[in-house]
Design a protein around this ligand. Structure first.
Ligand code: FES
Length: 103
């Protein structure tokens, strides 16, 4: 089972998830990384769920068109839209406030 390490606001949260897990779907049913993961649309349209991948990027598929549209050059800095990812391998993510729309 993949281990997910989720960092936010100086805290580190860690749990195992089933393969092919979508973290936004899990948060939606109040499982880890709930309540810490920020998200909104779940459909790649808002970028609220954007996280920087600190480890495990090599196991992820290439960004889809929604991620390219929402994140642009931030993809090069390691950001992904978590709602567009189905976790198959260990991954470490960090979510800051820097991509919150309107800030
Ligand atoms: S939750 Fe809106 S883009 Fe991921």
């Amino acid at each position: 089972m993949p281990t997910v390490v989720f960092r936010k606001d100086g805290q580190t949260y860690r749990d195992e998830v089933k393969a092919s897990t979508n973290l936004v779907v899990r948060a939606g049913i109040k499982q880890f990384p709930f309540p810490h993961l920020r998200y909104e649309c779940g459909m790649g349209k808002c970028a609220h769920c954007a996280c920087r991948v600190l480890a495990g990027q090599e196991h992820l598929p290439p960004p889809n068109w929604k991620e390219k549209k929402q994140l642009g050059e931030r993809l090069d800095a390691g950001y992904r839209l978590v709602c567009q990812l189905w976790i198959e391998h260990d991954i470490e993510l960090e979510q800051g406030d820097d991509l919150t729309p309107g800030r």
